[in-house]
Design a protein around this ligand. Structure first.
Ligand SMILES: C[S@@+](CC[C@H](N)C(=O)[O-])C[C@H]1O[C@@H](n2cnc3c(N)ncnc32)[C@H](O)[C@@H]1O
Length: 368
C-alpha cells in the first residue's frame, strides 16, 4: 500500500531532510516549515525510520482538512478509513496540539478523534468495545490556523534516540540537529572533524556515522515493527541492506576536547557504545589552549542563559576567534543563539543559516 508520509524536523533543516529522502528513494517529496512530506510503501517507511539522520520521526498522514468547529471535526475524522491503519485488537491513543485555531481544547479534540476511531472499529468488527490488546498505534494531530492534520506515528521513540547516548549533563545537542549541521558542513569520507566543546560526543559520533554511512536507526526498534499489517521481513531486509552499505574503508578521525574531565569520559563512553571509538580521540583541554587539528570544526559552544553566563559565553567566543583559523583550509561551523556572535568572534561568517534548536532561534555561522 502507498502512503502519504510526513517527517517533522528542526526548522531550518527541511532541505537537508529532503535530500536524505531523495537518497532513500522516497517519492513526491515536498518541504514546508518544519516538515517534509513524501510518499512510499511499507518498505520506504522502514527505510526512512532506519536511515533518516536529520528527521524527528516518520508519520503516516491520514487526514488533512480545514476544521473550524466540532461538527467540521466530526465530519472530517468520521471520513477516515481507520481500518486501513488500525486492526481489530490494536491499541490506539491520541495526542496533539492546537495553535492559532478556533478549536483549542486538546482533551475534547483527543476524545472526538479517539471516539471516531473506536466507533469505526466497533462497527466494522461487530464489537461493543475495542479490546485494545494489540500493538499501540499512536494517533497524532496538529491544528494550525484551523488546518487539521491527523497522523499515525510509525517511529515510536523520536528518531534522535539512536541508543548510544547515556545520561548526560553536558547540555547535549540533539542528534538530529547535529547530523543536519554535519550535512551542511559537507564532511568527507577522508578527513577529520573537531569539536572543541565535545560534551557528550554527539557531533563526533554523528560525523563518523556520516563518514561511514552508518544508518542511525540500525540498532533500535520502531513502533510500526510491531504492527500486524506490516510485513515483518521488510524490517529485517532493510536492516541488512543498511548494514551492507556501511563503508568501513574510511580515513576519518574525530577529535573532541572539553575542559570538564567528566565530559571527556562521557564522550569516550558514548563513542564506545556507538561502536566508533577507534575513530575518536577525546582529551581534556580548555579552549584557551586549543590548537586546531586539520579538518573541519563543528561545535555548539555554551551560550549562557543568564546574564552573567552570557558575558562568560561572549568572552569564550572571543577566545574561539583567536584560536580558530576559520578559513578555507580550516572551516568552522558554529551554532549559536547569540545575535552578535560574529562581533565577539571577531570575524564575519561566509554564510549564516537560520536554524532552530527546539524553540530557540539560532544561527549556524559558517566559515569556509
Ligand atoms: C553546549 S555543551 C556542548 C554539548 C555537546 N555538543 C554535546 O552534544 O554533548 C558545551 C560544552 O563546552 C564545555 N566547555 C565550557 N567552557 C569550556 C572551555 N573554556 N573550554 C573547553 N570546553 C568548555 C562544557 O563542559 C560543555 O560540555
Amino acid at each position: 500500500m502507498d502512503y502519504k508520509l510526513a517527517a517533522p524536523c528542526h526548522f531550518g533543516l527541511e532541505s537537508v531532510v529532503k535530500f536524505e529522502l531523495q537518497r532513500i528513494g522516497a517519492a513526491d517529496i515536498a518541504a514546508s516549515d518544519g516538515k517534509v512530506t513524501f510518499s512510499g510503501d511499507e518498505r520506504i517507511i522502514a527505510r526512512a525510520n532506519i536511515r533518516l539522520a536529520t528527521a524527528e520521526r516518520v508519520r503516516i498522514v491520514i487526514l488533512e482538512s480545514y476544521t473550524k468547529s466540532f461538527p467540521d471535526l466530526i465530519e472530517a475524522v468520521d471520513g477516515i478509513d481507520w481500518g486501513d491503519y488500525i486492526g481489530r485488537d490494536d491499541a490506539f491513543q491520541v495526542k496533539g496540539s492546537s495553535l492559532d485555531s478556533d478549536l483549542t481544547s486538546i482533551p475534547k479534540l483527543q476524545a472526538t478523534i479517539k471516539k471516531s476511531a473506536a466507533m469505526y472499529l466497533c462497527n466494522r468488527h461487530n464489537m461493543t468495545a475495542c479490546p485494545e490488546t494489540g500493538p499501540m498505534h499512536q494517533i497524532e494531530f496538529t491544528l494550525r490556523k484551523n488546518n487539521l492534520s491527523v497522523y499515525i506515528d510509525t517511529s515510536g521513540e523520536g528518531l534522535h534516540k539512536r541508543g548510544y547516548r547515556r545520561n548526560s549533563n553536558a547540555a547535549p545537542i540533539k542528534e538530529t540537529l547535529a547530523s543536519g549541521i554535519i550535512d551542511l558542513a559537507r564532511i568527507k569520507r577522508a578527513g577529520a572533524v573537531t569539536d572543541p566543546f565535545c560534551g557528550s560526543g554527539t557531533i563526533l559520533i554523528e560525523s563518523i556515522y556520516k563518514a561511514m554511512n552508518i544508518a542511525p536507526g540500525l540498532h533500535r526498534n520502531f513502533a510500526a515493527e510491531k504492527w500486524n499489517n506490516f510485513p515483518q521481513e521488510i524490517w529485517k531486509e532493510e536492516r541488512e541492506a543498511a548494514k551492507a552499505d556501511i563503508n568501513t574503508d574510511v580515513d576519518f578521525h574525530a577529535y573532541g576536547f572539553d575542559y570538564d574531565p567528566e565530559c571527556v569520559q562521557l564522550t569516550l563512553d558514548n563513542t564506545k557504545k556507538a561502536g566508533v571509538q577507534k575513530f575518536v580521540t577525546a582529551k581534556n583541554a580548555d579552549i584557551k589552549n586549543f590548537k586546531q587539528p586539520d579538518g573541519v570544526i563543528i561545535c555548539n559552544p555554551p551560550y549562557g542563559e543568564r546574564l552573567l553566563e552570557l558575558r562568560e559565553a561572549e568572552k569564550l567566543y572571543t577566545v574561539m576567534g583567536e584560536r580558530f583559523a576559520a578559513d578555507r583550509e580550516h572551516p568552522a561551523f558554529i551554532i549559536s543563539p547569540h545575535e552578535e556572535f560574529e562581533k565577539f568572534f571577531g570575524k564575519k561568517a561566509a554564510k549564516k543559516r537560520k536554524l532552530y534548536n527546539g524553540m530557540m532561534k539560532c544561527n549556524l555561522y559558517m566559515y569556509y
